[in-house]
Structures are given as structure tokens and as C-alpha cells.
Write a protein that binds this ligand. Sequence first.
Ligand SMILES: Nc1ncnc2c1ncn2[C@@H]1O[C@H](COP(=O)(O)OP(=O)(O)OP(=O)(O)O)[C@@H](O)[C@H]1O
Ligand SMILES: [Mg+2]
Length: 441
Amino acid sequence: MATVNAPTAQRCAIWFGLPTPREQAQLAAGGWHLRIAGSDASRQVGMRGDDIVVLVADLRGADVARLATLEGMLLEHTDLPSIALVDGAQGDDESSQRIRASCGRVLHAPFDPDGLADALAELVARPRRDIDSIGGRSPAMLGVRAMLHRYADVDLPVLITGESGTGKELAAHALHDLSRRRERPFVAVNCGAIAPTLVQSELFGHERGAFTGATVRRMGLFESADGGTVFLDEIGDLPLEAQTNLLRVLQEGTLERVGSHRAVRVDVRVLAATHVDLDAAIAQGRFREDLYYRLDVLRLRLPPLRERGDDVELLARQFLDAFRSHHPVQARGFSAAARQCLRTHPWPGNVRELLNRVRRAAVVAEHALIEPDDLQLGASTARVVALDDHRDRTDRDALLAALRATGGNVSACAQRLRISRMTVYRLCRKHGISPDACRWE
Ligand SMILES: Nc1ncnc2c1ncn2[C@@H]1O[C@H](COP(=O)(O)OP(=O)(O)OP(=O)(O)O)[C@@H](O)[C@H]1O
Ligand SMILES: [Mg+2]
């Protein structure tokens, strides 16, 4: 399966510490853009939300203050792959131990700088996301899996619905991987993350000179996915004009690039996802009813986690095992109290929330069994949980608003939200938003 990120994603290594000139040269040769953080030699790398990012925790010669910064940074970014470089000079203090535990890979000096780029590349090798990666044995999930098999090879659109974090994108990948199109591209587009002015040209391409700045002819995402699958996430956010063109692709299998009247034939299967009620959008005149019926030929509903019974524990176990296989952490299982909390928590953020809580707990737990507090699910943390429930969506809305207001300028956006640039990138990646796509014309 080929996944196309648009525009081409670049590989960025954020290095906390100071790489040697040889290490810098090796990374550059391996195609890595380097950003050195936490030192005076800080250099900027223009990063975008869809870039592939690895954190390098360089513990060589780190003092207590830098270790503390590093630890905080790694805890904040458990979703990013990370690698620790150690030379044995720093002791076995608790901070160093925790940092090593939370990194996916630890390289001990003397290590071969020539192997550095490969070690980073291994960390980001994308796992194939097929149906086996969809965990759960509840009747609800057995039903979903059966549907995926049934829908995979029917070349019709599928409308995937479900609350935030229920696995809509995972299901779209599975549909593609199970289909005859699997060797062709899978292109995922977050419709809400592209500036309305750019949507047409992003999706359908443009001719040279079609508008100011269109200096070269550019193929749109639909053309780049020819023979494969286009996954339109947050379809409810697609501007009306683009909805008309999408309807044409679905009805006639053709599109016109911006600035051209020549019909280009494309062969794509369209999958769409929404977490909002499209009926309401239709009633408000924001979504075309005829497009809705075209997209809603086959429907797949991903049930919220609270309807999946024992799957919660099963998934928590799977997530912990997967994390342990890459990270040398203390945690081996869940205490009875933690299991009880897993069962009773309402999981407003669904599987994504569960995954994040388990990963975080695996890093912070100091004993073999994860406790409710490690999951931030203890009675004493009830308020934190309530806040977390709303945070994901609020974060996304605030981020999008700030990016749009600043024309996709990450520094200005960071300033506006009073967070670091890195947090902007992390949130963009988490919510599938590309700052570039929010650029002004
Ligand atoms: N059944 C599952 N088994 C294992 N992992 C899952 C499952 N469902 C979802 N996940 C994981 O949970 C996370 C969220 O899934 P995904 O991005 O597909 O959800 P989504 O419904 O698209 O979310 P959103 O509405 O926020 O876009 C991903 O890391 C995904 O791999
Ligand atoms: Mg999604």
C-alpha cells in the first residue's frame, strides 16, 4: 500500500543536544532534515504537520537541568517516535532511566554514526494497517469486521461514521488494504484542514497560470490516487464548490483541473468519514443533498468504545504489549483497580484516548502493575479526566482557527496560542492538520 502525503512529507529529526558534524552529515545524507533544539546552535527546519518527525534525546554530557527538560519533552510527546543516545558518562539516575525507558530505541556509545540514519528510519517505518490491526472481539466489532470484508471489493463509496477516535481512518485503510486497489495509492485528505481557497487545486489540481502563484501545472490528489482510494476525512467541512466537483467525479469519473476545461478521467474509489451529523449540514445548506446520497451508498458505523464491552481491557492490554515491545518500561500489566477504572470510564475520546492513556501510563508507572493514577483515572484525578474529555476537540478547533487567522504561519500561531512551535506541529499531526494548507493565497 502506498500512502501519499501531500505535499510530499519530509523527514525531520529534532535533536535535543548537540550532534557532531559527522552525525549531521550522516543524517543529511539519509534525507533527514535536522533541527537542533536546546542549544545555541538552534537551526530552523520548515516543518509541516504531515512531516515524519523523530525526537533524538542526546543524553551525552547532559546535566541535571537538561535531563529534566528532556524528560518533560518526551512525556509530552509520547506519540512521536524517539531515540536516546547515551555514552555511559551520565549516571544511572532516575531521570536518565525514565528517559531511556520512554524512548523507542537506545543507542549506546560508541555507536556507528553511519548507522544513525538507518536507526531513525527503522523507527518510522510505517506498520501496514490492515484488518488485523483492528483489535476487539465484541459483537459490535465482529460486525464491523464482517462489513469491512463485505464492502472491500465493492467499488462503491463508503460513508464511515463514528465519534472522534473510534477508528474511522483505520477502517478506511483496512477497506483499501482488503480491496483490489491495495497496490495503488491510498490518499487521505482532511477536508477541514485545507484552506477553502486551496481546496479545489489541492483536490483537482491546477494548470500553470490558473491563479497567482500557480507557476507550474500541478496534479491534484485525485489524480495522484489514480487506480487507488481517496479517503475524504471530515467530509462535512468540504466547501460547496468542491462538493460540486466531487459529485462530478462520483457521477462521471472525470475532473477538471483549476484553469482548464479539459475533462481528465480518474479511477478512484471514494471513502468519506464524518463525526458530525450530515443531515444537519444539509438542513443548513452547507452540504449538498445529492452528494450525500452518492456518498452514503454503503455505510459503516464505528461504535463508541463504551459499546464494546470487554474490548476496552483487551485493547488496553494490546496497546501496553505493543508499547513494551519497543520500550523497556517497568509496567507489565494492570492492577485490579486499574482494570476496574478501564471498565467504568466513559471514554469520550474512544480508542485514541485509551491508546494515549495506556502509553502515558506505561511511561510513568514505577511498578509492574499500572495503577488508576498512572492512567489519570483515579478518583483524585476525576477533574483532570473531565477536562481531558473536552480537550481534544477544543485543541483542534483552537489550532485550526489560529492557523487560519495567521495564514498557516506556525510561529505566529504558536505565539497566538502561547504554546511552543513544536507543540503546534505535534497537535497538527495529531489532528491531521497541515499548516501549509491554511496558507493565504
Ligand atoms: N479497533 C482498534 N484497534 C486498535 N487500534 C485502534 C482501533 N481503533 C482505533 N485505533 C487507533 O486509535 C487511534 C484513532 O483511530 P483513528 O484515527 O482511525 O480514529 P478516527 O475515528 O479517524 O478519529 P477522528 O474522529 O478523531 O478523526 C489510532 O491510533 C488508531 O490506530
Ligand atoms: Mg480520523
